[in-house]
Ligand binder design. Structure first.
Ligand SMILES: [Zn+2]
Length: 144
């Protein structure tokens, strides 16, 4: 379903850390006990994202597979610093969701911004016909 990308940061888990299964609603939180083995609560991701998120949960946290989710709705991308930013012209509710998601998953942690910079530099040196975006992590950088 994720084309072997982390559901949260979009890198290839096997290239950055162990791949893992994250419980979106943490299994240690009594509100989500009954979802511990529920398919809709499980996301394939990298161990780095899971380690940062850990047992955190917030109702504003964005689900990467929501029908109404799109990167452009909630975020913009800073190509100078390779950071994901809250979209300034989004609704207040969408901005809250975006900020919460960035914070809980640590989507601007140092290792990620460095890795995005490397992926971007690898991308911009290629001829468009020679590019298969499925070979790249952080596809949101290229789909804007
Ligand atoms: Zn990740």
């Amino acid at each position: 379903m994720t084309d072997h990308h982390c559901a949260y940061c979009d890198h290839f888990p096997a290239q950055v850390s162990d791949d893992t299964i994250d419980h979106f609603g943490p299994k240690g939180d009594e509100r989500f006990y009954l979802l511990a083995y529920e398919w809709t609560n499980l996301y394939s991701g990298c161990a780095d994202c899971q380690k940062v998120k850990n047992e955190q949960y917030d109702d504003a946290l964005l689900r990467p597979d929501s029908d109404d989710f799109s990167f452009e709705r909630y975020f913009t991308y800073d190509y100078d610093h390779h950071k994901i930013e809250v979209r300034g012209d989004a609704s207040t509710a969408d901005q809250d969701c975006a900020a919460t998601t960035i914070r809980i998953f640590g989507l601007n942690r140092q290792g990620l911004t460095d890795a995005r910079r490397h992926a971007w530099e690898r991308y911009i040196g290629k001829h468009p016909a020679a590019i298969n975006l499925l070979d790249f992590p952080y596809r949101f950088m290229f789909e804007l």
